[in-house]
Design a protein around this ligand. Structure first.
Ligand code: ATP
Ligand code: PAF
Length: 286
């Protein structure tokens, strides 16, 4: 009989970050600050003789936009756990566009695998394996650490066991996306990593306006802002809207009144919600 476990993880937008290269995946990661968002990934994991991963994207109404086969980081995690399963991930945000969906897919998939196979993993073990898969595949550095909880996150030491501070503003968040910015190409380039490190701000933000100020200063100095994102940020400045670039994706995010209107001049604005909680199991069904 096929059994299925379903789990969810929020996504994460980095406002600013700095890579920390350790001797192993556990000590490699990033410092930085970002927003954990309720728009993440649901993973449904079913018993199967062979491992198969289907990556699905839906619109808000549930209509399937795309379905592709395979996810190297998720397959890596299953192999490390020594299990075969059919994994189906669902998200609505675009993949590779700075919403931390590889980390969300890993956290949700491993949480569901743990429940389905009664592996007895705790949250720290689930996060450690998800982080390892991210680092090994260069798909992320700090998103797993962030998605262990909700809120605006500031990470001052690397890895899921690092120092993490959170606060929970009520504001609505908006995003626009012009497409992906391949994470491995940026975090795998020594020149880019050095420039990013030089742009990294000291300290943690104490409120949302300060988070946007630090993120925006970082984006400007990082050399990562493509022209189309620069145009959106300039329009936000002119309208007095707090905004910055989604790291790492060709897009922008913003908070407060006026954000939706300014973004709608460039691309369809995407409404986002600051998450209150991190990854979690939803159900196990026979
Ligand atoms: N929703 C998903 N389900 C399963 N695998 C995913 C998902 N999103 C990303 N991945 C895997 O991670 C790989 C790299 O994704 P990438 O890191 O570019 O995406 P992202 O996490 O959405 O973006 P970013 O890291 O810029 O926030 C993909 O090729 C895919 O194998
Ligand atoms: C590298 C990164 C900006 C994008 O995946 C994120 O993982 C982070 O904040 O480390």
């Amino acid at each position: 009989m096929v059994r299925t476990a379903v789990a969810f993880s929020p996504g994460h937008i980095s406002g600013y970050f700095m890579k920390v290269a350790g001797e192993s995946p556990a000590t490699t990661g990033s410092l930085g600050a970002g927003i954990v968002i309720e728009e993440g990934v649901v993973a449904s994991v079913s018993t199967s003789d062979v491992t198969e991963v289907v990556v699905g994207r839906n619109d808000e109404k549930g209509t399937v936009l795309s379905e592709t086969a395979g996810s190297p980081p998720v397959e890596y995690a299953l192999e490390r756990l020594g299990v075969n399963a059919r994994v189906e991930t669902r998200c609505s945000l675009p993949i590779g566009a700075g919403f931390g969906l590889s980390a969300a897919a890993l956290l949700a998939s491993i949480t569901a695998v743990d429940a389905l196979f009664d592996l007895g993993m705790d949250r720290r073990e689930i996060a450690a394996l998800a982080h390892e898969a991210e680092v090994v595949h260069s798909t992320g550095l700090g998103d797993v650490a962030a998605c262990q909880g909700g809120g605006i996150v500031c990470r001052t030491t690397p890895g899921p066991e690092g120092e993490i501070r959170r606060f929970y503003p009520e504001e609505a968040i908006w995003a626009v996306s012009f497409g992906p910015l391949p994470t491995p190409e940026v975090i795998g380039s020594q020149a880019q990593i050095e420039r990013i490190a030089a742009a990294f701000p000291e300290g943690c933000p104490s409120d949302l306006p300060e988070f946007f100020r630090l993120s925006r200063a970082f984006a400007g100095r990082s050399g990562l802002v493509p022209p189309e994102v620069g145009a959106v940020l300039a329009a936000c400045d002119a309208a007095g809207v707090r905004a910055s670039m989604t790291m790492l994706g060709r897009g922008a995010f913003a908070a407060g009144d006026g954000a939706e209107e300014v973004f709608s001049r460039f691309a369809p604005p995407i409404p986002l919600h600051i998450a209150r909680e991190g990854f979690r199991l939803l159900e196990v069904r026979a």
